[in-house]
Design a protein around this ligand. Structure first.
Ligand code: C2O
Ligand code: CU
Length: 462
């Protein structure tokens, strides 16, 4: 076993790293408009986001979950092609971990990249139970000086209503009646051309980057001219983020952990569960990395500070990102060595997304989640999933335990584990069935998933 490192020090994985899910009183980092109020939130280890785990490709990762929450929970390692019994899906790959109980996760980490982990019970992901998992590649040259992990999130827990209550209300009342008041930072671009008029079901009072609102932004001190690799993760429940540095192009190098042909972008759209790595050069100034809540009324940021001076006004700066953002499924392509070898699929599986009906039910192929009625695949097959989205909302569809190849409009798309299927569009993805087990596949809108939009890719014996 190797040792991992984190921004907060080093520890060895020869003993399980403690991940303590707990309800703790944490300073909510927003002097305005929350006035520094203390709210009780659920986190891993008392930090928001939870402390980053850094390992190297091929490491054996051991983590002990110590459940100090008042509800059962599990941990899912999003994006990793790990062994099935460590995948953290309650009732499918493991029993729920009861309050007061522990569970030891231990698995080999096969691929390098930007991953993350989060709970997988009910609406808990819309609390603070998430953290980055960064897998370094010892062989990657890496054309950058520093790295910064940035986690975007939509936030309402502790502000008058918790995610369980939101889910209960959605299930009872449908999509209406979710208005929670106006956003904290007034924006002028609430409608999204990409997502249509219906960019989410929940109105959030706050949008966070690394656990902070825009007016209390996390700041990284850098030297002028340094090249920063941004590892960006969207941990939101119901919000896509448009991310970018106003006035400066970023070079996207990876999505969902896997390398893409380097692509210069002004802004990129990140659906829930998606990740993008991009390199940006910081001049002698204060440079904001903005996250605009796509189609909603809000913005958050982290600051890269290479010189003195005040940060630009966040709302004014956001105007520079008005153009159409790049989307990972539409505009990125896998590097040659990362594409799946050419092969005709052995099976083409339709995945028709439906909802909401009658009130707030979301379906795949006409049914809500039923682990006994999954999508059968056989080991060794090349499988094509054909997502059809006749609904008026976008759905970031995630497959556990595999990385698929998006079939791009013009040829090879990126390798991903989470891909937005835009409203009234279709998307095809291919993967090799090389990791036997029962693998959840679902919409990463937490409320859609909990309202039924999940199924299982189920390995069966030939
Ligand atoms: Cu991050 Cu089942 O997902
Ligand atoms: Cu959805």
């Amino acid at each position: 076993m190797r040792s991992g490192r984190s921004r907060l020090g080093s520890w060895s994985w020869s003993r399980p790293a403690p991940v303590r899910g707990s309800a703790s009183s944490t300073q909510f980092c927003a002097p305005l408009p929350l006035g520094g109020a203390r709210v009780t939130i659920w986190t891993y280890g008392g930090e928001l986001p939870g402390r980053e785990i850094w390992v190297r490709r091929g490491d054996l990762l051991r983590v002990r979950l110590d459940n100090a929450l008042p509800q059962p929970t599990t941990v899912h390692w999003h994006g990793l092609a790990l062994r099935n019994d460590m995948d953290g899906v309650p009732g499918l790959t493991q029993p729920e971990v009861a309050p007061g109980a522990t569970f030891d996760y231990a698995f080999a980490v096969p691929d390098a990249g930007t991953f993350w982990f989060h709970q997988h019970v009910g609406a808990q992901l819309d609390r603070g139970l998430y953290a980055p998992l960064i897998v370094e590649d010892p062989d990657e040259p890496g054309d950058y000086d520093r790295e910064l992990v940035v986690v975007f999130d939509d936030w309402l827990d502790g502000t008058g209503r918790d995610p369980d209550q939101v889910l209960t209300e959605l299930l009872a009342n449908g999509m209406g009646g979710m208005d929670m008041g106006s956003g904290a930072a007034a924006m002028t671009m609430p409608r999204s051309d990409l997502l249509g008029g219906d960019a989410g079901n929940v109105t959030y009072p706050y949008f966070l980057a690394n656990g902070r609102t825009a007016d209390a932004a996390h700041t990284l001190e850098v030297r002028p001219g340094q090249r920063i690799r941004l590892r960006m993760i969207n941990a939101s429940a119901d919000t896509a983020f448009r991310v970018g540095v106003p006035g400066t192009a970023m070079t996207v190098t990876h999505t969902d952990g896997f390398p893409v042909v380097p692509t210069r972008v002004e802004a990129v759209l990140l659906g829930m569960g998606e990740r993008v790595d991009a390199v940006v050069e910081v001049p002698d100034a204060v440079m904001p990395l903005l996250g605009l809540a796509e189609g909603k009324d809000g913005v958050t940021q982290v600051l890269l500070r290479a010189g003195p001076g005040a940060a630009p006004d966040v709302v004014a700066a956001a105007v520079a990102l008005r153009g159409s953002p790049v989307t990972p499924v539409g505009d990125l392509s896998a590097t040659e060595s990362m594409g799946l070898p050419d092969r005709e699929p052995d099976v083409v599986q339709p995945m028709t997304l439906g909802g909401p009906e009658p009130g707030y039910t979301w379906t795949i192929n006409g049914r809500t989640y039923d682990p006994a009625a999954g999508v059968p695949v056989r080991e060794g097959q090349r499988v094509r999933l054909r997502f059809e989205n006749p609904t008026s909302m976008f759905h970031p569809m995630h497959l556990h335990g595999h990385t698929f190849q998006v079939r791009g409009a013009g040829g090879v798309g990126p390798r991903k584990d989470t891909a937005i299927v835009f409203p009234r569009q279709a998307l095809e993805v291919d993967f090799d069935a090389d990791n036997a087990g029962q693998w959840l596949t679902h919409c990463h809108n937490v409320y859609h998933g909990e309202a039924g939009m999940m199924t299982v890719v189920s390995y069966v014996d030939s």
